[in-house]
Each structure stands twice: as structure tokens, then as C-alpha cells.
Ligand binder design. Structure first.
Ligand SMILES: CC(C)(COP(=O)(O)OP(=O)(O)OC[C@H]1O[C@@H](n2cnc3c(N)ncnc32)[C@H](O)[C@@H]1OP(=O)(O)O)[C@@H](O)C(=O)NCCC(=O)NCCS
Length: 169
């Protein structure tokens, strides 16, 4: 099983819907599961594809998840970026997020040479996501109280970081 990451294409829409419309995948993220192909397509076309670093996690070139690195938008915030990811539920627990996030981290620090700090936030109860970050060598810096709004409530969020000077995963 070869795991790759590559930019999204419009033709990924049917694969994207498998996880993009799945409440289990969206449960601990800020986005809501899509209700229609039209909604999912708009998100793919107008948000994911134009982003400088929003990649499809693929098996045999079929999209089974996403991973992104979003940099700060102002000149003063470009030194940091947020890492995020999700994998289709049928593939959980196989090491796919860890592998894809590892590739992403290496690529992001190469592609953005002025990037100093990569950070990641997870709902406190999202133990699988925290495990991924730990396996990548991110440092847990703490818990931000009521930091993130998920599905109608503000919940505590962990904050993790990896610096460009830390050992690369
Ligand atoms: C978080 C997510 C991306 C992990 O993907 P994955 O491919 O299953 O991750 P991996 O298999 O690489 O690693 C997951 C690790 O968490 C562990 N894990 C899984 N579920 C767990 C749970 N409920 N409690 C504790 N650990 C758990 C796994 O055992 C594994 O650790 P191990 O390799 O030491 O056994 C996936 O669960 C997902 O897409 N969730 C929904 C979207 C999401 O929450 N994204 C992150 C937002 S911050």
C-alpha cells in the first residue's frame, strides 16, 4: 500500500465525499460534514485547490484523506503555520495519518524556507490526533481553555509545535 500526498483535483470529488460527508470524520474538527455533492465540490474547488499547501492523502492515487499546512497571512505571521489532517474512517489505525503528516512536515519546511514554527491544535478528547503529533516529534505546549468552537460548543484544545530546528520526523 503506497501512501502519497499530492494536490487535489476536481476529479477527486467522489473520493473526497466518502470522508467529507462522514460525521465520524468531522466530529472533532471545526468543519461540518457536507450534505451534498454541490457543497463538497464548492469547498474543494474554492477552498482546497487554491490553497498553497492543501494536499490529498492517496492510496494508488485515490484520495482517502487530506493534510494541510496553512501559513499566517500577514508578513509578521509568515514564520508560523498550522498543520491539519483527516483520514477516511475505514483507514483509521493503519499509520496513514502519521506517514502522510511526516511527508507533509518535511515538504513544508523545504517549500517555505522562512517557516520557523509548525503548530497543531486538537480537541482534548482527540487522542488519536495527539498520538500522531507525538509520533512526529511535536512538543505538547499545553491546553488552551475553550479555544476552539466545535459543533456548537467551545472546547479545550491542546497546542503542539515543531520548530525548524527540531529533529525532522
Ligand atoms: C486523527 C486521525 C487523522 C488519525 O489517523 P490514523 O491514520 O488513524 O492515524 P495513525 O494510524 O497514523 O495513528 C493513530 C494513533 O492513535 C491511536 N489511536 C487511535 N484511536 C485512539 C483513541 N481513541 N485513543 C487513543 N489512541 C488512539 C492509534 O493506536 C495510533 O497509535 P499507535 O500507532 O501508537 O498505535 C483520524 O483518526 C481522523 O481522521 N480523525 C478525524 C479527523 C480528525 O480528528 N483530524 C484531526 C483534527 S485535529
Amino acid at each position: 500500500m503506497e501512501i502519497t500526498i499530492r494536490p487535489f483535483k476536481i476529479s477527486d470529488i467522489d473520493d473526497f465525499m466518502v470522508y467529507g460527508c462522514d460525521e465520524r470524520v468531522a466530529r472533532l474538527t471545526r468543519w461540518n460534514a457536507f450534505n451534498s455533492k454541490e457543497e463538497a465540490l464548492t469547498f474543494l474547488k474554492d477552498f482546497c485547490i487554491p490553497q498553497p499547501f492543501f494536499r490529498s492523502i492517496c492510496i494508488d492515487d485515490h484520495s482517502i484523506g487530506y493534510v494541510f499546512v496553512m501559513r499566517g497571512s500577514t508578513e509578521y505571521e509568515k514564520y508560523k503555520a498550522v498543520l491539519g489532517y483527516a483520514v477516511a474512517a475505514e483507514y483509521w489505525g493503519k499509520g496513514i495519518a502519521t506517514t502522510a503528516a511526516k511527508m507533509t512536515v518535511r515538504q513544508a519546511f523545504k517549500e517555505f524556507p522562512d517557516l520557523v514554527r509548525l503548530e497543531a491544535f486538537t480537541a482534548v478528547e482527540n487522542e488519536a490526533s495527539q498520538k500522531v503529533l507525538e509520533k512526529l516529534g511535536f512538543t505538547k505546549e499545553g491546553v488552551l481553555r475553550k479555544y476552539v468552537y466545535i459543533k456548537g460548543a467551545n472546547v479545550d484544545s491542546t497546542i503542539f509545535s515543531l520548530l525548524s530546528t527540531d529533529p525532522m520526523p
